[in-house]
Design a protein around this ligand. Sequence first.
Ligand SMILES: [Zn+2]
Ligand SMILES: [Zn+2]
Ligand SMILES: [Zn+2]
Length: 222
Amino acid sequence: MKCVQCGAPLNGKSIKCCSCAAMNDRDLRALHRELGRETASDRKCPRCDILMKSVDLGIDGVFYIERCDRCLGLFFDPGELERVVEVSTCPPDEPDGERLAAMVEEPFLNRPRDVRYAKCPVCERFMNRKRHRSMSGVIVDVCRDHGVWLDGGELAQIVRWINVGGRDIEDEKRVFDAEAESRRRHIDACFKGVPGVGEPGGSPPVRDGSLADIVRRFIQLW
Ligand SMILES: [Zn+2]
Ligand SMILES: [Zn+2]
Ligand SMILES: [Zn+2]
């Protein structure tokens, strides 16, 4: 990707051009969405403290999100981010393990983050910093009542992560973890009260008779 202002190649996943310092919009360009109508918003950017613009993404007719011209951060009202992600992504049939692994090593993810707490553009209370899903590598700022703030480049990161299969892998892992946990509870229940099992401190080993009991209980409970 090249800088829109000077044409120099952009470094890694950075949104700032190293040659001319212009900010390059990776987010909306990565969504293949032209900027639609832009109007002045009365909400301020939580990073730059200047008024943002309302940008029409044209999803389902008219679909406004707020965007800061200076830092290219985006603010989504509740439910909007999910909708934008839904219409902008195309998860693969099979996750691309290599590209996913390569993403983890990228400078974008390992860049120094802006760890300042940001204020909600609507109620001006500090937002909570929260991982967007657990494995996307993106940390968003959330106001429980009014929506979510993404710094410039983070939406593109989320979209790319989904498009190489990251979200599918995370979903699979969640199901796998839940099954492993239920199996562990089941085994704990079977072995409950059996001397020498599951109790640290060394009771005598289980004898044959009780082992058969355990197996019977195990089968009954399964
Ligand atoms: Zn440039
Ligand atoms: Zn800003
Ligand atoms: Zn708020």
